[in-house]
Design a protein around this ligand. Structure first.
Ligand code: ADP
Ligand code: MG
Length: 249
């Protein structure tokens, strides 16, 4: 594969937890690329390694062996502070634990990536943040703190924060998991617009074939390996393939 096509890629990536007889092989020899500007869905049964793959790609967990590149940088070779900077400047995250700061209100949580980077949003970015707050129905909540919000609202704050600075790469782990279907569709539409209109690259874990049908490409993991790769597909087609893989397993 042509490396420059990919904003994130792994080669021979293996991740084991524990050692010897008790070792759990979360990822086994995964070689995969996420194309620049593409919206990729990652699917697979529970325990297949989806979250582990996202965490390692985002530099939040280390590989046991193999390499992980973001652009031309091998992140397995970066020092901690270099990795922190790269994450801060180039990556947005929406993870299952929303990682909101409990002492900050909604607006401050969303502005956190800017604060950490020591800058203020530009006028254009402020307008975009207001639009995100509006679309995600958070405008009446901007002065609330996370504990005053429902799980779905917290999830939407995490999504707004990940999109606020328009990072080139976004990792989302079940971003619609806690949302009702209408809000879930809004979020999926936002993510596909982020890749289509702003050229952002998105890797989204989901178990929902409808969510995956918004993506340009679908990767399917099973037992720590990539077992299937599809182009943009309908929810029906994705369901059918997931079922056939389960039967074969
Ligand atoms: P998924 O997100 O697809 O449900 P995960 O990536 O969370 O799967 O987990 C893959 C495998 O690795 C599972 O067997 C899980 O139990 C194991 N695993 C994940 N994190 C840890 C950890 N910190 N310690 C031990 N085992 C882990
Ligand atoms: Mg998971």
């Amino acid at each position: 594969m042509n490396a420059s096509e990919f904003i994130a890629r792994t080669s021979g990536l293996t991740k084991s937890y524990g050692s010897d007889d008790n070792a759990v092989h979360a990822l086994s020899d995964v070689t995969v690329g996420f194309r620049t500007g593409e919206f990729t869905a990652v699917m697979g049964p529970s325990g297949s390694g989806k979250s582990t793959l996202m965490h390692i790609l985002a530099g939040l967990d280390s590989a046991t062996s193999g390499s992980v590149h973001l652009g031309s940088t091998d992140i397995t070779r970066l020092k901690d502070d270099e990795l922190t900077l790269l994450r801060r400047r180039r990556i947005g995250f929406v993870f299952q634990a929303f990682n909101l700061v409990p002492t900050l209100d909604v607006r401050s949580n969303i502005l956190l990536p800017f604060d950490l980077d020591g800058r203020k949003p530009t006028a254009d970015e402020s307008a975009w943040i207001d639009r995100l707050l509006d679309i995600l129905e958070l405008t009446p909540r901007v002065t609330h703190r996370p504990h005053e919000l429902s799980g779905g609202q917290q999830q939407r704050v995490a999504i707004a924060r990940a999109l606020a600075s328009r990072p080139e790469l976004i990792f989302a782990d079940e971003p619609t998991g806690n949302l009702d279907s209408r809000t879930g569709r809004e979020v999926l539409t936002l993510l596909s617009a982020a890749s289509r209109d702003f050229g952002q690259s998105i890797a989204m874990v989901t178990h929902d074939p409808v969510a995956a049908s918004y993506a340009d490409r679908v990767l399917i993991l099973a037992d720590g390996r990539i077992v299937r790769e599809l182009g943009h597909s309908s929810a029906e087609e994705i369901s059918r393939i997931m079922l056939s893989l389960e039967r074969a397993a």
